[in-house]
Design a protein around this ligand. Structure first.
Ligand code: ZN
Length: 282
């Protein structure tokens, strides 16, 4: 019987908490504009054409929310995306970071404990609507200088995805579960578009990552586990505080572990994957 870890662990214990997430668009979302494409379409043999949201987009938003909430509790309030990571807070512990690029020039890297996969729409793409608007020149406020074509995903489209926490404690789960529910916007230009409602519909604690949206969308019966394992987690404020108090002990281990190898050059492949991740700057 797999259970939550009692305290965060540096070395992997092979425990995975998989959260099945449903994200419903309350508003049209932009999938293609002059700005970087963020919600896309993809063709699958078994699923045909679907809208997809790359996981780095979801993870970037989630990380931003976790950081905001952390600041509201005054825990490492100066930790910031993308180049001012402190590598010393609950958010950095969960999402990882590279020492070299951190503001503190830490001698260690932290691997991300939040894993995921592409979010896929539950329905096939039936038709992409064009939304055309005139670009307005910034200098003279004249319109018609360039015609922007924007493609939108229709409101009420539901995306499904799995967010996984590797080697989770109950506190880590509490932080991610709480902030996932606060994820209310997605897509390009999400200041004015892309309101979403995010709910966790199922959860599983396992010694492997055995849930995938690709399979879920083909066979809804394949998942029998239930949400109760995330229903009695510590309160989110307590969870942040507990995690924060556990970090110095964890980092002490990490630094001691590294010191005999001080002479060796750090291997870049160990760097956490913050590169391709969306910082979520609006
Ligand atoms: Zn941090």
């Amino acid at each position: 019987m797999v259970d939550f870890l009692q305290t965060p662990s540096l070395l992997s214990k092979g425990v995975y908490l998989q959260l099945v997430v449903e994200m419903k668009l309350l508003d049209d979302a932009i999938i293609r504009s002059n700005e970087p494409e963020e919600v896309l379409t993809c063709h699958y043999k078994a699923l045909e054409n679907r809208f997809i949201i790359p996981f780095r987009k979801v993870k970037g938003k989630l990380r931003r929310l976790v950081l905001e909430k952390q600041r509201s509790y005054n825990i490492q309030p100066d930790c910031a995306l993308k180049d001012d990571l402190c590598l010393n807070c609950p958010s950095c512990l969960l999402f990882g970071g590279t020492g070299e690029t951190s503001s503190v020039k830490a001698q260690y890297n932290i691997l991300s404990r939040v894993l995921g996969e592409t979010f896929i729409s539950t329905n096939t793409v039936e038709g992409i609507r064009n939304y055309t608007q005139n670009a307005v020149g910034e200098k003279d406020l004249m319109t018609g200088q360039a015609l922007m074509t924007i493609l939108t995903v229709p409101k009420e489209t539901v995306f499904k995805g799995v967010v996984t926490i590797k080697d989770p404690t109950q506190e880590m789960a509490s932080v991610i579960v709480d902030n996932l529910k606060r994820l209310t916007r997605i897509g390009a230009r999400s200041v004015e578009w892309g309101r979403v409602e995010t709910i966790i519909v199922n959860a599983k604690l396992s010694d492997r990552e055995d849930i995938s949206v690709y399979n879920l969308l083909q066979d809804d019966e394949s998942l029998t586990d239930d949400i109760s394992i995330i229903e009695n987690l510590p309160l989110v404020e307590t969870a942040y505080a507990t995690l924060n108090s556990q970090i110095p002990i964890l980092l002490k281990d990490l630094i001691e572990r590294r010191s005999p190898m001080k002479e060796k050059k750090s291997k870049p492949k160990e760097a956490a994957q913050t590169e391709g991740e969306e910082a979520g700057v609006e």
